[in-house]
Design a protein around this ligand. Structure first.
Ligand SMILES: [Mn+2]
Length: 232
């Protein structure tokens, strides 16, 4: 059997034997790894990443060990699953302290593992935002901290995760700023000026609900006029 199908079968069996179901919906737990696999498949990936996506919660949630994964699926898959397995212990303190330890573990993980973690974060966040809006506030705050260490993951999934964790408006502003910088570079051949303007914080007072690319460019042009002529 090919690697991915074996990983699917192993994960399905391990979560089933544990009687594990998805929180909120009660559906078989394997539906979560299945959704994570689909997200990883939607971006550049390799077979080991798909296998690790199926297996990513087995060591954390079932009796399977990293040694089992290594024996069944080899070193590469086992390394990825290890990178995706929380290392904190209940004795490490409260939820916040444990989350900090696990975040540091992910910060040093490989870009491939970070891509799978982004997919995991997207699927979990979607179900929590839908089913448990009260808990979502704390949860998304944790996810925002986590995203800071996942920027080497796949850019498409990073963007999707950011949209969930920060809200679409902020992402739109970020995108508009990036697009504006590129547009300005291409149009003028002058580099650095607009980036300095944005980095200098002059763009941050833009009302996030109103900002658009044309609005941003207009504001930049106005600030340039002020800078060059010394008057508005
Ligand atoms: Mn998971």
């Amino acid at each position: 059997m090919e690697l991915e199908r074996r990983a699917e079968a192993f994960a399905t069996g391990a979560h089933e034997r544990k009687g594990q179901v998805r929180k909120y919906t009660g559906e078989p737990y394997i539906e979560h790894p299945r959704a994570v696999v689909a997200l990883v498949r939607s971006v550049p990936h390799d077979e080991a990443m798909l296998a690790a996506a199926w297996l990513h919660d087995t060591v954390e949630d079932t009796s399977a060990t990293i040694a089992d994964i290594e024996r069944e699926f080899g070193h590469d898959v086992a390394t990825l699953v290890g990178e995706l397995t929380d290392v904190s212990l209940p004795s490490d303190g409260n939820r916040k302290a444990r989350k900090t330890i696990d975040r540091h573990h992910l910060a040093v993980a490989s870009p491939r593992a970070k891509t799978i973690k982004l997919a995991d974060l997207i699927d979990n966040s979607r179900s929590i935002v839908e089913r448990d809006p009260d808990f979502a506030k704390i949860y998304l705050e944790e996810k925002r901290a986590l995203l800071a260490v996942l920027s080497e993951g796949d850019p498409t999934l990073l963007n999707q995760a950011r949209e969930i964790a920060f809200g679409p408006t902020t992402t739109m502003v970020t995108r508009a700023r990036r697009a504006a910088v590129e547009f300005y570079y291409k149009a003028s051949g002058v580099t650095g000026v607009m980036l300095d303007w944005i980095d200098g914080g002059d763009a941050t007072d833009v009302d996030e609900d109103l900002v658009s690319l044309s609005d941003l460019l207009l504001r930049f042009a106005q600030s340039e006029n002020v800078r060059k002529s010394g008057r508005p």
